[in-house]
Write a protein that binds this ligand. Structure first.
Ligand code: NI
Length: 268
């Protein structure tokens, strides 16, 4: 079992990797810190394929070693995704949201591609918790990336970037001054950060006990077999949780909102 210090070190390493993929997160963090805020991370999101070499179960074994427990499952029928969220008994530690693409529901092209990529995902590669920020262990062709993207943006993102935190999330409800999603969204827009508009800027509602918004992923250069191409990287998310009638903060996710948040890595 890992100590909380080790978990925090792991998250810190992930944050640094993530900031390389998404420099705007660092800029937003600095902006909030300048306003006197201390940022608590609500959750990190990880993406994978449901191939046996790298499915959620492979993640789960390691995540449980961190002291996290499996909570709820979510289905995204149209995007062909399944997801699980994990929680630590220490509420200040971020939740971990892991989603997987249901490859058998996809086209022959995606199935073949994933079978190929999976050859590079050895048990040794996934034996250490750090694999979740190791990027892709496989080679990738830009031509295949583009073809896959037409069918599944999720599959294309994952095949290009591999294993990395897809987003970190500011827990708005723990902020001092900007403890309202509307204030955060205005601040971001005033500072020219582009927000995901799919399904409206704010996803969810107070009656669902969770409101979320996110930036759109900026493009970053990625090495493919044919050369370097600019493609969407990662985004930053903002979540405001509300107390349920029992007085406890809601810690789950709203599938309908998460469905729209996934679109933050779509090409503009
Ligand atoms: Ni999220």
């Amino acid at each position: 079992m890992y100590s909380e210090i080790e978990i925090n070190n792991w998250l810190k390493k992930m944050w640094l990797d993530y900031c390389k993929m998404n420099p705007q997160s660092q800029a937003i963090e600095e902006l909030l810190v300048k306003k006197g805020e201390i940022i608590i991370n609500d959750h990190i999101a990880l993406r994978t394929f449901n191939h046996p070499s790298m499915n959620i179960k492979v993640f789960q074994k390691l995540i449980e070693k961190l002291g996290y427990k499996e909570k709820e499952h979510y289905e995204f029928v149209e995007k062909k995704l399944h997801a699980v969220h994990f929680e630590h008994s220490n509420e200040i530690l971020p939740k971990i949201f892991v989603s997987e693409l249901l490859v058998e529901k996809c086209s022959g092209l995606i199935q073949e591609t994933v079978t190929n990529l999976a050859q590079s995902v050895t048990p040794e590669f996934t034996s250490n918790i750090d694999f979740m920020m190791k990027g892709r262990p496989w080679e990738m062709s830009y031509q295949v990336y583009e073809k896959i993207a037409k069918e599944s943006e999720y599959a294309s993102w994952l095949s290009a970037h591999g294993f990395r935190p897809n987003h970190f999330t500011v827990a708005i409800h723990f902020l001092k001054t900007f403890n309202d999603i509307r204030k955060i969204n205005s601040l971001l827009q005033e500072n020219n950060f582009k927000l995901n508009q799919s399904g409206g800027v704010i996803k969810g509602s107070i009656s669902e006990f969770l409101e979320q918004s996110s930036t759109m992923a900026g493009e970053i250069p990625v090495q493919f077999n044919e050369g370097v191409y600019n493609i969407p990287g990662c985004y930053y998310e903002f979540a405001q949780r509300y107390k349920m009638p029992n007085g406890k903060l809601f810690h789950g996710f709203v599938a309908k909102s998460a469905d729209k948040i996934f679109e933050s890595t779509n090409k503009n």
